[in-house]
Design a protein around this ligand. Structure first.
Ligand SMILES: Cc1cc2nc3c(=O)[nH]c(=O)nc-3n(C[C@H](O)[C@H](O)[C@H](O)COP(=O)(O)O)c2cc1C
Length: 180
């Protein structure tokens, strides 16, 4: 297979989602992809990529507005490429099936715009010292605990599975275009 170019477009306010995007990029790079990790606001067009991943933390029970805006803006192009979403969440500090399901529901809006092949849902990081009064009130009202809950092994294992899935999808698409 030829060069496999992947865009990982992320939104992040306090950096934890950016670091997850980079960890995913490392795995895909090892699997032979050429990966660009970019903040959603820095991406102008996506036509150079065979695969697009979009990731954002959850705030107020949804992706950050800039991530939703990115999907809206590029909706036509995103519907044509293998697409992957991921969400980073405080709720997943307790990784119960109920919390997974709840966070998955938060993505209904972006999934309705462009349906991804895969969705990743990860626990994030909360540092109370970096929040202002309003943010602190929101976080406490939701009972979100302080700490770094990112499980790098789980993130890497997910990225490996996604790489398998994407390589199969690439092969499937190539076979479809080379049929007489
Ligand atoms: C003001 C605020 C609101 C948040 N709201 C939610 C929420 O509704 N649900 C959730 O699961 N996590 C929520 N979180 C937790 C974040 O998703 C988590 O801290 C994430 O790792 C932040 O990502 P970032 O460092 O890339 O900005 C909230 C965090 C903050 C600061």
């Amino acid at each position: 297979m030829g060069t496999w170019r992947v865009l990982i477009a992320y939104a992040s306010r306090l950096g934890s989602t950016c670091e997850i995007a980079q960890a995913i990029a490392q795995v895909l790079t090892r699997r032979g992809a050429v990966v660009d990790v970019r903040a959603v606001n820095e991406v102008e067009h996506i036509q150079d990529y065979q695969v697009v991943m979009v990731g954002s933390p959850i705030r107020e029970q949804q992706w950050l507005p800039e991530a939703r805006h990115f999907v809206e803006t590029h909706r036509e192009a995103l519907r044509k490429v293998p697409l992957v979403y991921f969400a980073v969440s405080g709720l997943m500090s307790q990784p119960t099936p109920e919390h997974f399901h709840e966070v998955y529901q938060y993505l209904a809006e972006v999934r309705a715009i462009a349906e991804p092949l895969e969705v990743g849902i990860f626990a994030g990081l909360l540092d109370y010292n970096r929040l202002d009064h309003d943010q602190m009130a929101k976080v406490l009202s939701k009972g979100l605990p302080e700490g770094d809950f990112r499980r790098w092994q789980d993130i890497q294992a997910w990225a490996e599975d996604v790489a398998d899935r994407l390589l199969l999808e690439q092969a499937r698409r190539q076979a479809a275009t080379s049929e007489p």
